[in-house]
Ligand binder design. Structure first.
Ligand code: FMN
Length: 365
């Protein structure tokens, strides 16, 4: 079926599964161990109930917001994901084209299958990107990459991923015997080719720490830093202590790909509201993991998130229908989010809050 006839994320995943190679499917689908966290990520949203208010004019409805001060058309953004060209030849540049059309933010993976220069080359005016870093144990390699990224004016911030000091045990990837290397196109001799069948995560530095690594990073970039993979209120609190440099955090468990039975982001949001609510005023709090419906987006925003990331859905969109598939993915989620807001009696994102949700079931989990 043409992507325009697809109605929701499940249908996009289904078509992507049919079209993608076995290897691409396994890489996108896989998660750690028994995939409990991957499943909980979606289920946790379902256990939150919405509290619609009625008799409120919802003729107007806008998703516009800012992410780290950058104007975007919606709070939904594309999370960093490696190896997009496994799913479709247009790769990360195809995702960029779709995001440009929407005014949506895209975070480019350190392990993208195209270089950042290629990915931002056709950016439209005002289009915003972040760039995600996995620190290499040979730091000079990371320093060279950061120096390149510093020169690209479309890239407005740097995302340091912390939830993967070592790779989780992903059996779907292992079973195929064809584990994908997250080695980056930036340093592969082929330049822009996906690089399969090398030891996964070889070269990534497992020794990162708050003081050493943030100080090292400050020496190499003046871009704002976002820490990705925060999973407890304690770490959210520590991150906020560094808010002269750290301007945002992403509550994320890497789509369930790192530590199985790690908490879904909505649980961490609840913890933060209880133990360190001041953090929401000190850094921007974004989340990702299991977002498949507009109602999921709205629930995360009600709990205090400002940005909501999509990991697998854009990859499915790309595999299902190239640039049009990614556009369809973003369109469905934007439309669903607006419908949800209107049905709640809300016209703008800053009106959403705890009054619109009931988290009793979530708190019992
Ligand atoms: N996160 C990173 O920080 N860097 C990556 O290179 C990266 N690659 C990914 C590749 C795939 C195929 C997937 C599914 C996820 C990847 N992630 C990576 C994690 C995503 O950024 C995001 O946290 C996660 O996918 C969100 O969950 P979702 O897939 O349920 O939306």
């Amino acid at each position: 079926p043409p992507v325009q006839s697809l109605l929701n994320m499940d249908e996009i995943e289904e078509l992507a599964t049919k079209k993608a190679s076995k290897k691409a499917w396994a890489y996108y689908y896989s998660a750690a161990d028994d995939k409990i966290t991957k499943r909980f990520n979606t289920e946790a949203f379902r256990s939150i109930l919405l509290r619609p208010r009625v008799f409120i004019d919802c003729t107007e409805c806008s998703l516009e917001t800012t992410l780290l001060g950058n104007q975007v058309s919606m709070p939904i953004y594309v999370a960093p994901a490696a190896q997009a060209r496994l799913g479709h030849p247009s790769g990360e540049a195809g995702i960029a084209e779709a995001c440009g059309g929407f005014g949506a933010l895209q975070i480019i993976s350190n392990s993208a299958s195209m270089t950042p220069e290629q990915i931002v080359a056709n950016a439209v005016p005002g289009q915003t990107f972040g760039w995600q870093l996995y620190v290499q144990d040979d730091r000079t390699k990371s320093e060279k990459m950061i120096a390149r990224v510093n020169k690209l004016s479309a890239i407005k911030f740097l995302v340091l991923t912390l939830d993967t000091p070592v790779m989780g045990k992903r059996e779907d990837d292992q079973r195929g015997g064809n584990v994908i290397n997250e080695l980056t196109a930036m340093e592969s001799p082929e330049g822009s080719e996906p690089v399969p069948e090398k030891q996964v995560f070889a070269g990534f530095d497992p020794s990162l720490t708050w003081t050493e690594t943030l100080a090292w990073l400050a020496k190499h970039t003046s871009l704002p830093v976002v820490l990705k993979g925060i999973q407890t209120h304690e770490d959210a609190y520590i991150a906020a202590l560094h808010n002269s440099q750290v301007k945002g955090i992403v509550l994320s468990n890497h789509g369930g790909r790192s530590l199985d039975t790690a908490p879904p982001a909505v649980h961490t949001l609840l913890e933060m509201r209880k133990y360190c609510p001041e953090v929401f005023d000190k850094v921007e709090v974004w989340i990702d993991g299991g977002v498949r419906r507009g109602t999921d987006v709205v629930k995360a925003l009600c709990l205090g998130a400002r940005g909501v990331g999509l990991g697998r859905p854009p990859l499915w969109g790309l595999a299902a229908g190239g640039v049009d598939g990614v556009k369809r993915t973003l369109q469905i989620l934007a439309d669903e989010t607006k419908t949800c807001m209107r049905l709640l009696g809300v016209q703008r994102l800053d009106q959403l809050g705890m009054q619109h949700i009931n988290t009793r079931l979530l708190e019992q989990q």
